[in-house]
Ligand binder design. Structure first.
Ligand code: NDP
Ligand SMILES: Nc1nc(O)c(N)c(N[C@@H]2O[C@H](COP(=O)(O)O)[C@@H](O)[C@H]2O)n1
Length: 309
């Protein structure tokens, strides 16, 4: 995407022009650097499969821990500055992951709408070249992705990448040839997540628990993607935090949460992992962050930290 619209003030403003491209000031970006994948991990590189990718858990929440007003209701929480921050994060990760609940509810674009830094100063407004690979966790292939899906339209326009849809073996059997062809025509694909539970003879358990995160992260690496930002929704985030609570698996490297100054009220989609039980048998907080920093952005505040283990 290129346009000749005059450039925005890039000293601090995040003004959105008619092309919809966003600017995130370098000073704000610098403050986030310790919480991002190391710069050696090139978002668009095709790295060799190794251990797990760098995982950033990032979402926007209300004061009452809601992601949206109700299941299926797309809800804007981020103001313009923190929205630009989220799109900057998208430019810094190889992949962006959501659950099928979010894909169905929001019809998200999952691309990066940040201005390319190379055009700034020359008066050229171009979309950032680093586009994250959208990943949708859809075990039973229930997302009716089609030509009208925003992520497909953006990929057609070369303003984003085609989605990788992660399914189980059983889910893969439900994918029609027509749908597969359509997804592949925009550079996406259906990817079978091989389950470690199957090899342990626990296939029945998999059917009730959704994907095992280790399997998902291994598959992401096998696809040559070395960093992923997990955006939501509620079930995905709560399941990740529940595993972190159990302490056995260290999955999340960085947590970046936008907190908007609003309550969404009862009935929203909550980030609320199950409470833990302490050694004394009493209720205990499930997860806590360490090395925390707070970054005011417009009316929102962005909280960065790491999981305390
Ligand atoms: N404010 C924000 O930053 C964000 C808000 N949202 C909001 O969140 C809401 C959607 O959340 P929700 O309904 O909880 O859906 P999710 O997006 O969390 O998707 C959940 C589905 O993902 C599949 N899944 C596969 N593996 C797992 C796993 N290990 N853990 C959890 N889920 C797995 C399951 O599909 P199946 O049931 O088929 O097995 C599950 O039902 C929307 O309203 C959206 O607007 C979403 C993202 C960010
Ligand atoms: N950071 C953030 N702030 C909000 O207010 C939000 N509602 C979300 N939602 C997430 O972003 C997806 C939409 O992305 P596109 O703009 O369509 O690319 C949505 O599906 C959630 O994952 N995030």
């Amino acid at each position: 995407m290129t346009s000749t619209v005059p450039p925005t003030d890039h000293q601090g403003s995040t003004t959105t022009a008619s092309d919809g491209l966003l600017h995130f000031p370098p000073s704000s970006a610098l403050a986030l650097e310790p919480h991002l994948p190391p710069p050696t991990l090139n978002p668009n590189s095709s790295s060799k499969p190794g251990s797990k990718p760098f995982v950033t858990l990032t979402f926007a929440t209300s004061l009452d821990s809601s992601l949206s007003l109700a299941p299926g209701v797309r809800t804007t929480l981020s103001g313009p500055q923190s929205k630009a921050m989220t799109h900057y994060l998208r430019s810094r990760h190889s992949a962006i992951l959501v659950g099928v609940g979010t894909a169905v509810a929001d019809d998200p674009g999952l691309n990066c709408k940040i201005l390319s830094p190379s055009g700034l100063g020359k008066g050229v407004r171009e979309q950032h070249p680093n586009q994250p690979r959208p990943i949708v966790l859809d075990p039973s292939a229930r997302w009716k992705v089609n030509e009208r899906s925003k992520v497909v339209q953006l990929a057609r326009l070369k303003q984003g990448l085609g989605p990788y849809i992660f399914v189980t073996r059983e889910g893969m059997e439900k994918v029609t040839a027509e749908r597969r062809k359509m997804v592949e025509s925009v550079g996406g694909k259906f990817v079978c997540v091989e389950s470690s539970l199957d090899s342990k003879g626990e296939a029945e358990e998999r059917k009730t628990t959704g994907f095992v995160w280790e399997d998902v992260l291994r598959t992401i690496r096998e696809e040559g993607l070395d960093s992923v930002m997990i955006e939501g929704g509620g079930s995905v985030i709560n399941s990740l935090l529940t595993l972190e609570q159990a302490g056995g698996q260290e999955l999340v490297d960085s947590v970046i949460v936008t907190i908007a100054p609003t309550w969404l009220g009862a009935g929203g989609v909550l980030v609320c992992p199950p409470r833990a039980i302490g050694k004394d048998g009493q209720p205990a907080p499930p997860v806590r962050l360490r090395d925390v920093s707070w970054h005011p952005l417009g009316e929102d505040v962005v909280l960065c930290g790491k999981i305390l283990r």
